[in-house]
Design a protein around this ligand. Sequence first.
Ligand SMILES: Cc1cc2nc3c(=O)[nH]c(=O)nc-3n(C[C@H](O)[C@H](O)[C@H](O)COP(=O)(O)OP(=O)(O)OC[C@H]3O[C@@H](n4cnc5c(N)ncnc54)[C@H](O)[C@@H]3O)c2cc1C
Length: 613
Amino acid sequence: MKFEVDLRDLKFQLFEWLPTEELLAAERFADWDRENVEMVIDEALKLAQEEFAPINEEGDRTGIAFNDGQVTSPESFKAAYRILCEGGWVGCSNSPEFGGLGLPQVVGTVVNDLFAGANMTFCLVNVLTRGTAHLVEEFGSDELRELICERMYTGEWAGTMGLTEPQAGSDVGACTTRAEKQDNGRYRIRGEKIFITSGEHDLTENIIHAVLARTPDAPPGTRGLSLFIVPKIRIHDDGSLGEANDVHCVGVEHKMGIHASPTCSLSFGPNDACEGVLLGEEGQGMRLMFQMMNEARLEVGGQATAVAAAAHQAALSYARERLQMRAWNAKRGEGPAQVPIVEHPDVRRMLFSSSAYVQAMRALLLKTALYIDKTQVTEGEERDRYQGFVDLLTPICKAWASDWSFRVTEWCLQVFCGYGYTVDYPAEQYLRDVKITSIYEGSNGIQALDFAGRKLPARGGAVVGELLGMVGETAKAVADDAELGGPAQLLRQALGELREIFGEIPKRPDGPLVTVLNAVPLLEMFGVAFAAGFLLDQGRIARQRLDEMLAAAGVEADDAEARRGFLEGSAEAAFYHNKVQSAVHFAYRALPSVSALGVSIRAGEKAAMDALF
Ligand SMILES: Cc1cc2nc3c(=O)[nH]c(=O)nc-3n(C[C@H](O)[C@H](O)[C@H](O)COP(=O)(O)OP(=O)(O)OC[C@H]3O[C@@H](n4cnc5c(N)ncnc54)[C@H](O)[C@@H]3O)c2cc1C
């Protein structure tokens, strides 16, 4: 099946909803304007459809090969990787000073949406590459920056993120990899890391590992961790490559999905000859690594959104072709014996819900990316304000999008039904591939603990209070709209519920337990409210555009037949109409869950804790 994208929605969110053009006017983005950004997006779509999507199934079926410590990628992946690098896509939102293209994050997020939807597995290595390079750019010495960054942002070398060990999964502080300072100022690294994405492969001649390790006498837990840059092949001061650095791939995982992405067990320094360079100071490792983790969390939310979007498009194409049963309202003996399943109400419900959730995930991701860009073009308090929004929304983007993408992808498989369960269609691969997004980069349970325990109470609740206030303003703005008024009322109720619960929990004696026991529902409740608010805001804009189009065409607002005819004859009008309907649908389907989830929290229900396991 051809990989399809709702480019109209991406461009609407980017240019009609978000103030991206205003952002492009900033000095930092002087090289970019709307016209050349749109050209970049169109080119990315072409690559996604012509180069990356066609090899997605092959990557799944062939996977990687592992022999004698070497990982071999599918040939098609090697060719596609060269194309990716030639276009400068690896560092498309990174610093031009070091070989990046310098696009705003919000545009980079759209590019990644296109690439990850086409082939999430193929794109994985790039997430770690730009993340590692950005660590070096921010925290490395001038020399290290010169040696490494450009070669990574251009994709010549790849990167990895080395946190996980057998006993240290979510519990990163249990890491036991050791790092001992040598006379030459470098560190000798010894230890075992597991589950390292792209820890070994043949796409690039060198791999730069960002590794958390513990120096002698360091305190226990995360406070004792330091961050090291450990190349697979040593790098001379002039940039040429030297001998291998005693880093070995000792195994790869056999997994449910993302088969062409090597998930590696790495042994550092089994011959006591593995050297690394410290980033920052000893003991700062976790703090520095959070930069890479937060960037990767947003990218994982983006992968989740992209795969759900691709699954939706595939299901929609299938539903337009597949014929089954009579129309639900056809009279006996009238009309065709079989109609496309897209006409059946239950199939429409699955398709429209999946579309609305994808738009909601995309809205969360793009809004957060825009706030990141805002931190780059503002200073002082204004900058801190945007950073507060980014911090609060990051775990929602990661966890809310990845949880819902799995469900959306499952709805889409259900549209294919029996055929979706076979390997003849991409639905089952999408479902298997996307599951990892709720697991890696910190499980969604851990994201929720971070959200409820640290992000919600940040700055005395001022950050979340301001965001809820902004969403509340949207509800007010559409309160009198014939179609959006009902959803706005639901949103106001949900916001009231959230404010009450959020204000009440800290005062309760069982507050700490309620918070950890309900961290996931709390993240879900806030995620739904923000998503509904963003979609309602988009619906408000779409409503204005649609009304203008109807007025220009002389269609009376209350002439339902003429209106329907107009919508059927104009793809643009149909888009705005569907945008309004998406906001309505999402609000009615998702917002009631906020008060439903609140019931258990208000009651202080803790049966799971009282149960005996
Ligand atoms: C395909 C793949 C690629 C990966 N890539 C990388 C990579 O590149 N680099 C890297 O460093 N790691 C990587 N990982 C590791 C990944 O980040 C971890 O799997 C993840 O962080 C969770 O660790 P764990 O699997 O050991 O689960 P555990 O930590 O054992 O957690 C199991 C369950 O317990 C829950 N849990 C744990 N502690 C708590 C708590 N205190 N409170 C509430 N719930 C808790 C978790 O939410 C989870 O549901 C990858 C993993 C996979 C499968």
